[in-house]
Write a protein that binds this ligand. Structure first.
Ligand code: MRU
Length: 361
């Protein structure tokens, strides 16, 4: 049995699982197959980890961070007999490969940085000992992420009232983290506190993380969920069916501008129009204080095929141009509050963010 595994999401299959010790492998639930199949893949090379991240077999900012941390161990498994300089060279090469897998979720770079700094601190240690330390660090990142999800849930649950219906976009749940999620952790915690909460899940074009993943995990946990096409959000808000919006984040700039799945910005505009609170739930590892505002956040451009041939059928005429940014940026002024593991940031300003992130946990 592995020492650490991500909590079950009402299925016997963990989302991310390290199997064995330093010569082990990384097992991932293949999210591209959901909701029809729950199959895992085993990564034994850094190329397989990069492919899994790039093709969204594992996705969601915190889950990408945890995966990348384990990916470093996967990539160094065979280098225990190398001398220290060869080991360091290999570490540089694999962190570079992992860093190039996806550009937007900052948790990826944050986790790789933790692994790199750990190796630098042990400048005279033997490769075998550093590898053990890197595995321990990856496990620590996983455990911390789980705790962050729980704390986000506790803080956020207080913002919801019994009977509230929450709209969410994409998947910011157990499938996207090592724990209960960020946005969905708030819902799970409110339900655990005895509140009746229902969810409207935007299907989230083009890759349908809302209908395939969010609806899958919420329904398995017994939380009532209704899937809508993204274009229906305005109508359900206008019909008075929604009391709050909660989404996750892939990167938050120092001023609170937030990158999340494409379509999030539209939902934020709609929430403002309809006088609804718009909450972002994210751990401190999702903040990038080196960026002053959201314009500096790198936005991933994904393959046109996700739009022209989504899920196997051609839906765009041959030769027609397609634009497919994976994320958008919601300006801080549209965000009512950011729910973090350290507390709730409200109002969302650079000053409030700086104060909360500087406070010790
Ligand atoms: O492209 P994805 O599926 O990795 O995008 C994920 C999102 O945008 C999530 O909402 C975000 O990472 C928050 S996950 C807790």
């Amino acid at each position: 049995m592995p020492l650490h595994s991500v909590p079950m999401i009402a299925t016997s299959t963990p989302v991310i699982e390290w199997v064995g010790e330093t010569d082990g492998c990384l097992r991932l639930l293949d999210q591209t197959l959901l909701p029809c199949e729950t199959k895992t893949i085993e990564c034994r090379s850094v190329e397989q980890v990069v492919e899994a991240i790039r093709s969204l077999r594992v996705r969601g900012a915190p889950a990408i961070g945890v995966t990348a941390a384990y990916g470093v161990v996967v990539g160094l498994r065979e280098s225990v007999t190398a001398d220290r300089s060869q080991f360091d060279e290999r570490l540089r090469a694999i962190t570079q490969q992992l860093a190039e897998s996806r550009p937007t979720a900052v948790n990826l770079f944050w986790a790789l940085d933790r692994q790199r700094r750990l190796a630098e601190r042990s400048a005279t240690a033997l490769p075998a000992d550093i590898l053990k330390a890197l595995l321990a660090e990856a496990r620590a990142i996983e455990v911390e992420d789980r705790a962050m999800c729980a704390a986000i849930g506790r803080h956020g649950a207080e913002l919801l009232k019994d009977g509230d219906v929450v709209l969410t976009h994409c998947n910011a749940g157990a499938l996207a983290t090592a724990g209960d999620g960020t946005a969905l952790a708030v819902i799970y915690a409110a339900v655990a506190a005895g509140k009746q909460i229902r969810v409207f899940a935007d299907e989230t074009r083009p890759l349908l993380q809302g209908s395939r993943l969010t609806a899958w995990e919420l329904s398995r946990r017994g939380v009532p969920v209704t899937v809508i096409c993204d274009s229906m959000a305005a109508t359900v808000m206008r019909q008075g069916k929604i009391q709050a919006v909660i989404v996750g984040a892939d990167r938050i700039a120092a001023n609170g501008d937030t990158a999340n799945k494409i379509g999030t910005y539209s939902v934020a505009c709609l929430a403002k129009t309809h006088g609804l609170p718009f909450y972002v739930a994210a751990p401190s590892s999702t903040f990038d204080l080196s960026l002053t505002n959201g314009e500096q956040i790198p936005i991933e451009a994904r393959s046109p095929a996700e739009i022209t041939h989504g899920f196997g059928r051609q839906t765009v005429p041959e030769g027609v141009d397609v634009y497919n940014p994976a994320f958008d940026v919601t300006p801080a002024e549209l965000i009512t509050a950011i729910i973090t593991e350290r507390g709730v940031i409200q109002p969302v300003t650079a000053e409030e963010i700086r104060i909360l992130l500087a406070a010790s946990t």
